[in-house]
Design a protein around this ligand. Structure first.
Ligand code: HEC
Ligand code: HEC
Length: 283
């Protein structure tokens, strides 16, 4: 075979390989957890409602408590527009809401203003709510995200969506549903991303929503900053992978049961070691 043909064949081959790589690259990148920036002016009512549903199940962590386990009102099975009418006519209602949109907004940002009967923080006789304000850590939703959830809660039962769709780019901060891990330990981490530190893992698996640990306070489950004073390393591990084996005194059995499936061994080990170390600190 003349040399020129061999060279041609070789470079053709190379070109083919490069084309292939070039075609593969965008897909590989697409799978990596990247910030999902949404252009606020591009929303339709449908896509805004869909974003709200995604946030309700995902980043908002609403379904951790709002489910059929009885720890919080099962919002998904309730028509929140008719519910609002009942709440606002309750003589215990002290808030400023006048309609479903403002009631839902208030419920999410100032949960303590009105506490649904029977769901208050333990020992407060329904004067304080165990629900965290959703615009603060650890949930930290933006205004746009909160509005999307309200749109979803209105639309899911066929009610008119009253929240205005975001229009001007400047008024809304970009929605980042999957911030990358590097930002801060308190950032939300994509499920597909393996947590690199115990702090990130505690946030990724929503432990901070129900437990006081790291910088956040939550009365839903026992305080994890002092857990090592109560439990051995093995017991801490069991509490996470098999939460219902032993139920902590005075708390409802509502801890998610699927951590064993969801966590990588490394993530579980990091969390267990981190919590066991808190033993040395006497709070
Ligand atoms: C840590 C548990 C917890 C999380 C997480 C949580 N909530 Fe709640 N929420 C509650 C509890 C408990 C109540 C009832 C007590 C009260 O009225 O504040 C409640 C009340 C509400 C109410 C009023 C319900 C009614 O029947 O009037 C709304 C609306 C609501 N939550 C929305 C949300 C949304 C949306 C999210 C997610 C962005 C969320 N919550 C996350 C625990 C939680
Ligand atoms: C939906 C709320 C919720 C979430 C999310 C949650 N927990 Fe819990 N957890 C609880 C409750 C309530 C209890 C007490 C009842 C029980 O023992 O199951 C508990 C108990 C525990 C205990 C035993 C504490 C003791 O003093 O006996 C440990 C340890 C623990 N959780 C760790 C974690 C870790 C780590 C995560 C994240 C991977 C997590 N939890 C996520 C609600 C939650």
């Amino acid at each position: 075979m003349p040399v020129i043909v061999k060279v041609l064949g070789f470079s053709l081959g190379l070109t083919l390989v490069f084309t292939l790589i070039a075609n593969l690259l965008p897909q590989i990148e697409g799978e990596a957890p990247v910030d999902k920036i949404i252009d606020p002016s591009a929303f339709t009512e449908e896509s805004f409602v869909a974003l709200g549903e995604e946030l309700f199940q995902g980043k908002g962590t609403c379904t951790l408590c709002h489910n059929n386990m009885g720890r919080a009102p099962d919002i998904l099975t309730m028509d929140m527009v008719t519910t609002t009418t009942e709440r606002l006519s309750d003589s215990r209602y002290q808030g400023k809401a006048a309609d479903a949109e403002s009631y839902l907004w208030e419920s999410m940002l100032q949960p303590g203003i009105y506490v649904v009967k029977g769901f208050g923080k333990k020992g407060t006789n329904d004067t304080d709510s165990p629900m965290p304000a959703v615009d603060k850590a650890p949930i930290q939703l933006s205004k746009l995200e909160i509005n999307a959830i309200i749109a979803f809660l209105q639309a899911k039962d066929g009610n008119t969506v009253t929240v205005a769709l975001p229009t001007e780019k400047k008024e809304a901060t970009p929605v980042i549903t999957q911030p990358v891990a590097e930002s801060t330990p308190v950032a939300q981490v994509a499920e597909s991303q393996i947590a690199e530190t115990a702090e990130i893992a505690l946030v990724k698996f929503t432990c901070t929503v129900c437990h006081s640990v790291l910088e956040t306070e939550s009365p839903v489950g026992p305080d994890l900053r002092t857990v090592a004073n109560r439990l051995s390393v093995e017991e801490i591990r069991q509490s996470i992978v098999e939460p219902n084996a032993v139920i902590a005194d005075g708390f409802p059995p509502i801890m998610p049961l699927d951590f064993a499936e969801k966590m990588k061994v490394k993530e579980l080990d990091m969390i267990v070691q981190f919590l066991a170390k808190e033993a040395n600190i006497d709070l």
